[in-house]
Design a protein around this ligand. Sequence first.
Ligand code: ADP
Ligand code: DP6
Ligand code: CO
Length: 378
Amino acid sequence: MTTNKITVAVPKADGNTNPIIHKATVSAPTNIACIKYWGKADSHYNTPINDSLSLTLDQSDLRAVTSASASLAFDKDRLWLNGSEEVGAASSRRFRACVDGVRALATEKIDPDTKEVIVSKDDWKKMHVYIASYNTFPTAAGLASSAAGYAALVAALVELFGAKESYPGEFTAIARQGSGSACRSLYGGFVAWRAGGEKSDWSDSIAEQVADEAHWGEVRAVICVVSDAKKETSSTAGMSTSVATSELLAFRAKEVVSKRMKIIEEAIKAKDFEAFGKVTMMDSNQFHATCLDTYPPIFYMNDVSRSIVQLVHRYNDWAGEIRAAYTFDAGPNAVLYTLDKHVIELLALVLKYYPCESEDLMGDYVNNKDMVSKALAF
Ligand code: ADP
Ligand code: DP6
Ligand code: CO
C-alpha cells in the first residue's frame, strides 16, 4: 500500500487557520481470487460460507486511490466515487461499518514537536469525514473494484485516525464488512480469507497472508478486459440468489472448497504451477457453474470469455504442461495467471487471436520487467 499522510490547514475568511482538515491518501490494489468466495453465511457481518484465496496484484494497473479527510468543519459524511458524489452512500451499512469500525480504534494525534495532543480520541468522534476515491480500472465490471475500493477506504481511515488493531486481522474484519473480497487486499502476495464462525461476533472471519510477494515472484497476471461495462447483477445480489436457490453452491461450500484450499496452499508453498493452475481453473469453472445453477440463472461469462477458456486449454495441451490458468470473477473479464518465463509467449498468443492495435504490449512488457499485470483491451 502506498501512503501519503497530509494535514491541511484551511484559512477561514477571518484569516484564522481553524478549522483544520486532517487528511490521508492511500492506494490499494485489487485482488483476484483463485478459490472463490460466493455466498454469505451472515449478511449483517458479511461473512462467507467458505474460505477463499487470492493474489493481490501490485500497484501497476488496477488500484483504488482514496483520500479520507476529517474536520469539525464538515457537517455530514460524504463520499465521491470516480468524481461524482454518491448521494446517500455515507449512510449505507457498508460505509458506516468501515468508518465507525476504524474510528473506534483511533489513537490521539500528537504534535511531533511540542508533544501536545492535537486531536483526542473524543475529538475524532465529533468530526465528519469526506472520502474521495477513484479506480484506475473499470468499476463494477468483475475486476474486483469493491475489493480495491473498500481496502483503500479502510487503509486511508487507518492512516487518518492513526488506528491500531486490538488483535491481528482486525482491520481485515472491518474491510470485509465493506465488501467481502476487500479483506484480502489489505495484504500483498497470496492471501486467504478464513470463513470463521467459532466466535459469535465473527471476529475470526479474517484474512491472513499465506505467502508474501517475494515468495513466488515469477507469477504474473495478464488482465484481459473483454468488457468494461457495469455488470447487470452485482456480486452481492448474485450470491444472495445463489445461496437461496443453488444446491450445487451448498455442496461446493460443504464438500469441495476445504479440499481445494489445502491443494492450493500446498501448491503455493511448493511453487507448483501445475497444481496451482489446475485448481484455479477448476474453481473458476465451478463458481460459474453455481451461477448457472442459480434460479433464475446468472451469466457473468460471455462468448469471448468462453473462447479464452478454450484457447488456454489448447495452449496448455500444446505445451504438454499448464503454462497459463484462467479465472473469471463475477464478470466476463479474464485474468490469466502465468509465470514470467511464459508471459511473452502468452501475450503473443492472446494478441494473435484478439488483436489490440493501439498498444505495444509486448514491447511494453519487455521494457518493464517489474510489471506484473497488464490490461489488454479487446
Ligand atoms: P466488482 O466486481 O467490480 O467488485 P461489485 O458488484 O462487487 O463489482 O461492486 C461494485 C461496487 O463497489 C460499486 O458499485 C461501488 O458501490 C463499490 N466500489 C467500487 N469501487 C469503489 C471505491 N473505489 N470506493 C468505494 N466503493 C467502491
Ligand atoms: C466472484 O466481495 O464483491 O469476486 O461481499 O457482497 O461485496 P460483497 O461481494 P464481493 O464478491 C466477490 C466475488 C468474487 C469472488 C472473490 O473475489 O472471491
Ligand atoms: Co466485488
